[in-house]
Ligand binder design. Structure first.
Ligand code: DX5
Ligand code: ZN
Length: 221
């Protein structure tokens, strides 16, 4: 099955974001992946509401917003108003996950929960039926351009089985170190959405790279 592709703007040129947004607008990409970092949950800072709103004005595809911040609950409405269509919070950063997920969905947008590489997928057992998306971190969060953690395939397969067993509608998204070599294997293991930053924006032809991520060579179109 063809995956959705969500290029991560973290690797875009922040000196000329409009140009990179336009490349994604005119490509086969499905979503824009936007990373929000607070310098506490992860050892890095990225962007906040003003830049997110500016992206929203130019983007012609849904914004998939990944919150790498502690206790994001009080900001949910503001992220929806800033343009998020999918809003993902980290399991490790939220005390009252059930309530935050309910708040996100009550605003009419998709709710995702992300797991760091060390967090078992079984921790999602109770909440899985309430989720639209599970984002598996396949690197330690905070930076683009890191190497994919190979043990992630097992997690993907376990989560795929849990989703099947519980009848959950959640999509499986992977984020970190996704490239043209591992993309077909990830899809085979059960991934629905591929995030890719460095692979897309450091390539000579980002639109062609996105096309290849969606249609790995050798698979029927
Ligand atoms: C990292 C971010 C990712 C990052 C992925 O913490 O969540 O979205 O941009 O970058 P690549 O695809 O370069 O590993
Ligand atoms: Zn991300």
């Amino acid at each position: 099955m063809q995956p959705l592709v969500a290029p991560s703007l973290l690797s875009a040129n922040f000196g000329n974001l409009d140009a990179d947004i336009e490349v994604i607008n005119n490509s086969d990409a499905d979503w824009f992946h936007v990373d929000i970092m607070d310098g506490v949950f992860v050892p890095n800072l990225s962007i906040g509401f003003p830049v997110l709103k500016a992206i929203k004005k130019k983007a012609r595809k849904p914004l998939d917003v990944h919150l790498m911040m502690v206790e994001p609950g009080q900001y949910i409405r503001r992220f929806m108003e800033a343009g998020a269509s999918v809003l993902t919070v980290h399991y490790e950063a939220v005390s009252h996950l059930h309530s935050v997920v309910r708040d996100i969905r009550s605003l009419g947008i998709k709710a995702g929960v992300s797991l760091n590489p060390h967090t078992p997928v079984t921790f999602l057992e109770e909440i899985l039926p309430d989720l639209d998306l599970v984002l598996l971190m396949t690197v330690n969060p905070g930076f683009g351009g890191q190497s994919f953690i190979e043990s992630s395939y097992n997690k993907i397969r376990k989560l795929r089985a849990m989703i099947h067993e519980t009848g959950s509608q959640a999509l499986i998204e992977v984020d970190g170190g996704v490239d043209l070599n591992n993309a077909p294997l990830l899809v085979k293991a059960g991934v629905d959405v591929l995030v890719a930053g460095n692979t897309v924006f450091s390539s000579e032809d980002p639109a062609e790279t996105i096309r290849l991520l969606k249609n790995p060579p050798g698979t029927p179109a």
